[in-house]
Design a protein around this ligand. Structure first.
Ligand SMILES: [Zn+2]
Length: 330
């Protein structure tokens, strides 16, 4: 197997607080012998579990980078039992461009696993996680939100897995994250996902969707910081009491949860995030952009439940996700 060209300029296995970079050589027009310098912090103390914490898997999602910058700055080695590996901007080129995918190769990090050591920059980063960082980890927290095109009610996610022992561990970790909503999800398009790479190794994953619109809020950032601390306490890496608030358990059992736009137009949300809807209720209208006197197309809920996702932008295209309805687990 070809070696991955990425190198860490800090030790990954020594006690203490280390801030540095994952250096990915990238020769290009504006930097002949240049490199992509991906920030990383490793905080380790003695023996114990390892948590691998990532933000900006998609470059325009911000709660993760903010919570992880805060943790990397404030966490002291003596407060840790085990190891915390923090990569605030997983797809760093995408994060710097403020885009979902990498501006270099259009790589979507969450569709690139297991990656390639001799591939594009996005594939090289994925391969480094697949073969170097993930094998060190017991638990991974991967922060997502809606990016520039979607908005979400704040939730943590755990997947329905064939491995029921690991599924139970993932559900317990999701509950410890304790977002306002907790979603169980059967992933319909799991090939290439970082999530799948983690779960296939039998490791615990907590993923999230905490907001969106290409920004963050005081509320969504507070949820990210609290959830992160809770998960680290749950795994015994940090000491202290978890802050536990009420959470609504939701299921997304099938594709009836998703409503997809079928023509380009002007997007009018009819219900807001968090609203309870009945099957058949109108979620959004899509108006023509090029004429008056034509009625809008109405998009309806195919299930009863809570609106957990909606299209964010004022304009919408055929194929865009209009809204997602989560079913309340009683
Ligand atoms: Zn994402």
């Amino acid at each position: 197997m070809i070696n991955n060209p990425i190198s860490a300029n800090i030790p990954l296995d020594q006690d203490g607080v280390h801030h540095g970079f994952l250096k990915l050589p990238y020769s290009r027009d504006d930097s002949a012998w240049g490199a992509i310098m991906i920030p990383i912090a490793v905080i380790k103390n003695g023996t114990g579990p390892t948590a691998l914490l990532t933000g900006a898997n998609h470059g325009d999602e911000y709660e993760g980078p903010i919570a992880l910058q805060d943790l990397a700055l404030t966490l002291k080695a003596q407060d840790v039992s085990g190891r915390v590996i923090i990569v605030p901007a997983f797809n760093y080129p995408a994060f710097r461009a403020g885009t979902r995918t990498s501006p270099i190769d259009k790589g979507n990090m969450n569709r690139t696993f297991p990656g390639r050591p001799d591939g594009t920059p996005t594939e090289k980063i994925a391969d480094y996680f697949q073969r170097t960082l993930l094998p060190m980890a017991d638990v991974a927290v991967d922060f997502h939100s809606g990016g520039r095109t979607l908005d979400f009610v704040p939730f943590a996610v755990a997947h329905i897995l064939e491995d029921k022992v690991n599924q139970a561990a993932c559900f317990a970790a999701m509950e410890s994250f304790n977002a306002p909503y907790s979603v169980q999800l059967l992933e319909i398009d799991s090939v290439g996902m970082y999530d799948t790479a983690i779960e296939d190794m039998g490791k615990v994953l907590v993923s999230t969707e905490l907001g969106g619109g290409g920004s963050s809020s005081a509320k969504s950032n507070a949820i990210a910081k609290k959830g992160l601390r809770n998960v680290l306490i749950h795994f015994g890496i940090l000491q202290g009491e978890m802050q536990l608030d009420p959470t609504v358990r939701l299921d997304m059992p099938d594709d009836k949860c998703f409503t997809t736009c079928e023509a380009d137009g002007l997007h009018e949300p009819v219900v807001d995030l968090g609203a309870m809807v009945e099957k058949g209720e109108v979620l959004a209208r899509v108006w023509p952009v090029d004429r008056t006197g034509v009625a809008p197309t109405e998009y309806t809920a195919k299930r009863s439940g809570i609106v957990i996702t909606r299209h964010f932008n004022g304009l919408i295209k055929s194929g865009d996700c209009v809204a997602v309805v989560g079913v309340i687990v009683t």
